[in-house]
Ligand binder design. Structure first.
Ligand code: FAD
Ligand code: PHE
Length: 524
């Protein structure tokens, strides 16, 4: 049946191509899911001042709780139509989890550890968000706000894979050549031996084998024997210098036992595939630009929300700023705080709202930024950006995607989650550095210690006013759906109310959805 369907689909496409030309063929393929769809963000129309013409209504006063991406985007979009927005942000800076650490950044965690970044000028750590996929609406905001972007290297054949039991790390290119090679050999031999005859026509078999010969570099004998793809100890040179290929490959069993293939699927993710981007100069260029566009006078930093009272015709929020308790009354409120923290704030929105907010668990995650006095990973290892994957408690080690060939640079020495993040988070900053460096020396050798100048680490679950990296929303539950609706005059926004949690895209689209709902209500 499958074959018949495939043949008839091909014939159908051929007939469309003949009668309608390439344009019609492409459109038809799109409808069948074969051609690239035109990727767009969900529809959004920003409120405009002209929306109020002829309605006899006007822009309202809105208090926004939290100056993370969702809160900022809400005020920015409502501000386009003249809404009078005030943002209450507890931290000393906007951005929330979008937090870039650079020279002078100071932070005290929930355990009382204070760090002050001693990074060199131009060196920074994107402690939270660091990469943006091309389809994400985050890039549209970069364009609109004039935030320049540059490539972020999320996959690099020259980066390493370090599984502790294997001893030495291996380059990605070598690991891929071996896994793809042996998997191709196995599948090709199974095909040759007729093991797949119930699934494949003779034509399918020929095309599959041709694919595998190239994909795995297995030659007409369908046996993987390595080759230049694995890399060289000395790359090809002048005249008769063919280079010295890496010794190997190891046997099939050894390659499978090395377990290097477990990292490959990461870059297949629709959210992690190259090309990816980052703002030039640090991810916090985005909240900084939003804050400017909104107007700094509308953003009250150091303002911790204490209570929220919804009434028939307005909302009152009390907050503490500079040691004094103050209050603000507005027509509407948008609560763009982390759900587990909003759950603790006294309000009169109902016990069901508190319970719903409490059903979003907070995840632990941490990053450390290690500044080095030389870019030895570029000069010695020829690694320009990308990620080394490990089964150490460091999880991921990142090389910088910017300022190549500069004198200094910063490596993300760990980016971990779960138990590993909690282990590091429980240490003092100095202990975290010592542990991360001791682990990193296993991959990179003593330079990892001797070239280090300074470090700064963030444990998100131990960071005031955030207390978590992201959440796993109870999508589809009554609790989740409850918070998509306003509670009287109070709306909720954040990446946690989207299907792109742990991405700024989710915070932006959640903000847009609340802006649309609120504006429609004001107009109606
Ligand atoms: P938040 O940023 O959490 O904002 C909530 C705000 O509320 C904060 O500013 C907080 O200070 C404030 N607040 C809390 N309590 C109070 C109170 N009582 N009174 C007043 N204010 C209060 N996204 C990407 O796009 N790319 C990435 O590569 C990426 N990587 C990430 C890596 C890590 C380690 C982390 C932690 C996040 C990452 N993200 C990434 C996700 C991204 O950071 C979030 O999706 C986004 O920033 C969430 O924005 P938000 O406004 O919803 O929430
Ligand atoms: N968005 C975050 C990051 O890219 C968290 C995340 C990791 C999300 C892996 C999906 C997959 O680092």
């Amino acid at each position: 049946m499958r074959d018949a369907a495939a043949v008839s689909r091909r014939r159908f496409l051929q007939s469309v191509g003949v009668s309608g030309g390439a344009g019609a063929l492409f459109a038809t393929m799109g409808a069948l899911g074969l051609a690239p769809a035109h990727a767009t963000a969900p529809d959004f129309q920003a409120p405009r001042p002209s929306d109020f013409h002829l309605t006899g209504r006007g822009a309202k006063k809105v208090v926004v709780l939290g100056g993370g991406i969702a809160g900022l985007a809400t005020a920015y979009e409502l501000g386009k139509a003249g809404y009078d927005c005030t943002i209450l942000e507890a931290r000393g800076v906007t951005g929330g989890r979008n937090f870039t650490v650079r020279r002078g950044t100071t932070q005290t965690d929930l355990d009382g550890h204070t760090q002050r970044a001693g990074y060199s000028p131009g060196v920074y750590l994107n402690a939270g968000p660091a990469r943006i996929a091309q389809w994400m609406v985050t890039l549209d905001y970069c364009r609109e706000l004039g935030v320049p972007i540059q490539p972020f290297v999320n996959a690099n054949a020259d980066a390493l894979i370090h599984n502790e039991a294997n001893g030495a790390p291996v380059r990605y290119r070598t690991a891929k050549a071996d896994i793809y090679g042996y998997v191709s050999e196995l599948l090709a031999k199974a095909t040759d031996q007729g093991a797949l005859d119930t699934r494949l026509t003779p034509g399918d078999k020929a095309r599959l084998l041709s694919f595998l010969e190239g994909f795995g570099s297995i030659g007409p004998a369908h046996t993987y024997t390595g080759g230049s793809r694995r890399g060289f100890t000395s790359y090809p040179g002048a005249g008769n210098d063919e280079g010295t290929p890496l010794p190997g490959p190891p046997g099939l069993s050894d390659v499978l036992a090395s377990n290097v293939g477990r990292y490959f699927s990461f870059e297949f993710g629709y959210d992690q595939a190259m090309m990816m981007f980052q703002p030039v100069g640090g991810m916090d260029r985005i909240p900084a630009a939003l804050t400017e566009a909104i107007g700094r006078h509308r953003v009250h930093l150091g303002s911790e929300v204490l209570t929220v009272s919804n009434r028939a015709h307005d909302v009152t929020v009390t907050y503490r700023r500079g040691g004094r308790t103050r209050s603000i009354t507005a027509d509407f409120c948008i609560a763009a705080l982390p759900p587990h923290l909003m759950a603790r704030i006294p309000h009169n929105l109902g016990a069901d709202v508190t319970a719903a907010l409490g059903s979003f668990p907070a995840t632990a995650s941490g990053k450390i930024g290690l500044e080095y006095r030389s870019r030895w990973w570029e000069t010695d290892l020829r690694i320009y950006g990308g990620i080394t994957e490990t089964d150490l408690d460091l999880a991921h080690v990142w090389y910088p995607s910017h300022d190549f060939h500069a004198r200094r640079g910063l490596i993300v020495g760990y980016y971990n989650t779960g138990a590993a993040a909690r282990t590091y988070g429980a240490l003092t900053p100095a202990e975290r550095t010592a542990r991360a460096v001791a682990q990193g020396v296993k991959i990179h050798g003593e330079k990892y210690r001797s070239e280090l100048t300074t470090a700064f680490s963030v444990a998100w679950h131990r960071t005031p006013y955030l207390e978590g990296a992201w959440t796993s929303p109870p999508w589809g539950s009554a609790a989740y759906n409850r918070l998509l609706e306003p509670s009287g005059r109070v709306y909720f926004a954040g990446d946690w109310l989207s299907h792109e949690v742990a991405w700024q895209h989710g915070a932006f689209v959640s903000a847009r959805s609340v802006v649309t709902a609120l504006h429609q209500r004001v107009l109606s």
